[in-house]
Design a protein around this ligand. Structure first.
Ligand code: MN
Length: 249
């Protein structure tokens, strides 16, 4: 290899290593933010696809998201096999993340949670719609998945690849899927975008419920959802809210 080629290869390797480092750092911070902002509690989880190897992803070992550190992150393949055998206990519902990464090459981060304000809509069977500017990031449609449709009586946890594939099919090309009587799963093109969307899904659900008790709803139009999503998810906007959310964790 010529010196120039070796130097190019070295630069690419260093850049990949930095990308990986950035994703792992963001994933740790996302765990803390999502716990602090009332999206994750003792349960629920957030993951990130490997930035270089699309067939792998990272998720914490089974522990409280509020306490997750970099040493807790486990690297898994999209069939659920750990890249190296750590012996760590893993989240039962990690199959959700794997199915969405398999189905959606554009998704780089996933969060599954049971935020009470969102679960209220999953229980009532009422659609969550963007009712305010920042809520636009949940997208034009929030589909609902009901485990009973394909699987009958279960313990409601998504435990098998078949169940997770069914959920991913319901998500389709949207960013959020509601899970009847259970919770929600949110996707994003980066860890930070995912975090923005998951927190604002929770806030939009609270505002939709509050607003409906004092008046009638006037949700955003499809055009407003598109335009607001673009401006809300601009790098500088995400950077600013990430800084705000990071300050207290
Ligand atoms: Mn769950």
């Amino acid at each position: 290899m010529s010196t120039a080629l070796a130097s190019d290869a070295g630069a690419a390797e260093a850049s990949h290593a930095q990308d990986l480092e950035d994703v792992l750092n963001d994933l740790v911070v996302a765990n803390r933010i999502l716990a602090h902002e009332g999206v994750l509690d003792g349960f629920g989880h957030v993951s990130a696809r490997h930035p270089v190897d699309s067939q792998r992803y990272f998720i914490s070992r089974s522990r409280s998201p509020a306490l997750v550190a970099k040493s807790d992150l486990i690297e898994l393949r999209l069939d659920g096999r750990p890249v190296s055998d750590t012996g760590a206990k893993l989240y039962a519902e990690r199959v959700i993340h794997e199915a969405i990464y398999r189905a959606r090459p554009d998704v780089m981060s996933v969060c599954h949670h049971h935020a009470p304000a969102v679960v209220a809509f999953c229980i009532a069977g009422v659609e969550i719609v963007p009712v305010c500017h920042l809520g636009a990031v949940i997208g034009k449609r929030v589909p609902v998945w009901d485990s009973r449709d394909d699987f009958g009586d279960t313990d409601l946890l998504v435990r098998t690849a078949d169940q997770a594939d069914s959920l991913a099919a319901a998500l389709a090309d949207n960013w959020v899927v509601m899970m009847r009587r259970h919770g929600a799963t949110v996707a994003g093109r980066s860890v930070r975008e995912l975090t923005f969307r998951a927190v604002h899904l929770r806030l939009n659900a609270e505002l939709q419920l509050q607003a409906a008790t004092i008046g009638s709803l006037s949700p955003l139009t499809n055009g407003e959802i598109e335009l607001s999503s673009q401006s809300n998810l601009a790098a500088a906007v995400i950077e600013r809210i990430w800084e705000y959310w990071s300050a207290d964790i």
